[in-house]
Design a protein around this ligand. Structure first.
Ligand SMILES: Cc1cc2nc3c(=O)[nH]c(=O)nc-3n(C[C@H](O)[C@H](O)[C@H](O)COP(=O)(O)OP(=O)(O)OC[C@H]3O[C@@H](n4cnc5c(N)ncnc54)[C@H](O)[C@@H]3O)c2cc1C
Length: 484
């Protein structure tokens, strides 16, 4: 007999949908509570005036991990989620006039004044992959699919341990001879929110993932991923409650008793999976007295990721670009400058044009541009005002208008305050934990509080759509094991 008959899930992002899908498939009654009026969390779409905008995630990395998740839920990935490979990945423009374009796989080109000057680039790329592709495959095909343990990591990756020392800047300098190529390679990894000089070398796997396996975009945008994943919970009879914000996890006699939902009272459950971050779960959703000292300390001291800002435009014209992502960057030693907050001029524009890969995201003949201006990291998310948001939106518009013809039909600005208040990200931190944290900083799927489990991007295997989805499998499995 199962002890757990009803499981309540906090959050309807990819991790909650996956955990709920797997538990429903195992015959457990699932009740999922999502604060927002729609599913998907940071991987949803928003539709405005015929344009599709991303609420957070821009592209899919580690597609094999997501395919594995679909399989575990009994869903047919190919029919439920048509995806396209991004075959024109990036164009990086540098102050010395060089342009580096990343096409499909190893199609990387360096040009100066319109002349291709690849030199030893292809050989250098081969060396990068010779060294790092085996590590990437080990992570993508094995490490990310299993619960984390240092022992497992050491056993599986002992051959590679010597590679894991140093920084991205050091490794890129060793591998590439041209300073423009170095800047472009390092630029691909600036999404970590840190310059290459302080980013651990293991982050280079983000670049290797793009070169080896590619990045992808579902037809219709990233929001199609949670839409497809929600099929499992629906098919196996789970309940989804939207507009249902949980304000407390109720503990009685040392174990989970249920959830207190705003305006709905207490809902009883035999167990709870929280996909609100580890920090929000232990700092906000539980009474301090119920949280074991070690976890309390971990949640208080967690190193948070950067806060993000996104400015989005729906254009009636087709923007004159051929790549999915674009950036104008300083040379690698100066890339710290990319993070300097915008006053009125945006010196280093970084933006993507998802309609290059998914034209259906705009009405015919139009396009969508999503821009990522830097933000003042020391400013609390609460302090953002509509005036400050508008000032940055205007700076983003001016920067883009200097580069492209822009016939703007709709615009949308997502500040750290939006990410905190609408998407419930802890202090507005885009990825929850800092991307330079090691796996031990992540929160456990199985907590010391009886009946309480965690999933989501602050649990292993961490941030990113595929990894967060996989964390839902690992949390549900931990719960099912305990139930036997
Ligand atoms: C700006 C930005 C850009 C990104 N870009 C990429 C990218 O290009 N590629 C990539 O792979 N990843 C990207 N990510 C990360 C990726 O989106 C996330 O790692 C992933 O979507 C997290 O899924 P999740 O289920 O863990 O959490 P979320 O998506 O945050 O889902 C959690 C859900 O729980 C709900 N919730 C929280 N608290 C409560 C509560 N108390 N009661 C009820 N509901 C609650 C929230 O409303 C939310 O819907 C990006 C993220 C951001 C913010």
């Amino acid at each position: 007999m199962r002890k757990m008959k009803t499981v309540a899930i906090i959050g309807g992002g990819v991790s909650g949908l996956v955990a709920g899908g797997l538990l429903s498939r195992n015959g457990i009654r699932v009740r999922l509570f999502e604060a927002n009026p729609k599913l998907g969390g940071c991987c949803a779409n928003t539709y405005m005036g015929g344009y599709t905008f991303h609420d957070g995630a821009q592209y899919l990395a580690f597609p094999g991990v997501l395919v594995h998740v679909f399989g575990r839920l009994g869903l047919d990935h190919a029919s439920l989620l048509p995806i396209r490979k991004i075959i024109a990945n990036q164009t990086v423009t540098l102050p010395n006039g060089s342009v580096v374009t990343f096409g499909d796989g190893l199609e990387v080109t360096l040009s100066q004044n319109g002349m291709v000057k690849n030199g030893p680039l292809q050989k250098e790329l081969d060396l990068l992959l010779k060294k790092w592709a085996p590590v990437f495959r080990l992570f993508a095909d094995d490490i990310l699919l299993h619960p984390f343990s240092m022992a497992r990591l050491a056993t599986k990756s002992w051959r590679h341990l010597s590679k894991f020392r140093g920084t991205v800047a050091g490794e890129i300098t060793r591998l590439f001879s041209d300073e423009a190529v170095r800047a472009a390679m390092a630029g691909i990894l600036l999404y970590t929110g840190k310059p290459p000089q302080t980013t651990p070398v293991t982050s280079i796997l983000g670049l290797v993932a793009m070169l080896c396996e590619g990045f992808y975009l579902p037809v219709g945008g990233m929001g199609k991923i949670p839409e497809a994943l929600s099929q499992a919970i629906k098919r196996y009879g789970g309940e989804i409650h939207l507009n249902s914000k949980v304000n407390q996890i109720v503990i009685k006699e040392g174990r989970v008793y249920g959830l207190e939902i705003v305006g709905q009272g207490c809902v009883e459950a035999d167990a709870v999976i929280s996909t609100a971050s580890g920090m929000a779960t232990f700092n906000f959703l539980l009474d301090a007295g119920a949280v074991p000292v070690k976890l309390h300390r971990k949640a208080q001291k967690a190193q948070l990721s950067h806060k993000a800002m996104v400015v989005q435009f729906g254009l009636s014209n087709q923007i004159d670009v051929s790549s999915h992502s674009h950036s104008i960057l300083p040379m690698m030693p100066e890339q710290e400058k990319v993070f300097l907050p915008v006053e009125d001029e945006l010196a280093w524009p970084v933006y993507s044009v998802p309609t290059v890969t998914a034209p259906e995201m705009a009405p015919q003949g139009g396009s969508v541009v999503e821009m990522f201006p830097p933000t003042r990291q020391s400013m609390p998310a609460d302090d953002w005002t509509p005036e400050q948001e508008e000032r940055i939106t205007q700076a983003a518009m001016r920067a883009l208008a200097r580069l492209h013809k822009m016939e703007i039909v709709v615009k949308r600005t997502l500040s750290p305050k939006h990410f905190q208040n609408q998407l419930h990200l802890y202090h507005g931190a885009a990825y929850g934990l800092s991307l330079t944290s090691d796996p031990r900083a992540y929160f456990p799927h199985q907590t010391p509080i009886s009946g309480l489990y965690l999933a989501g991007q602050t649990t292993y295997p961490g941030y990113g759509v595929s990894s967060a989805a996989m964390s839902g499998i690992l949390a549900a499995e931990a719960m099912v094991m305990d139930d036997r």
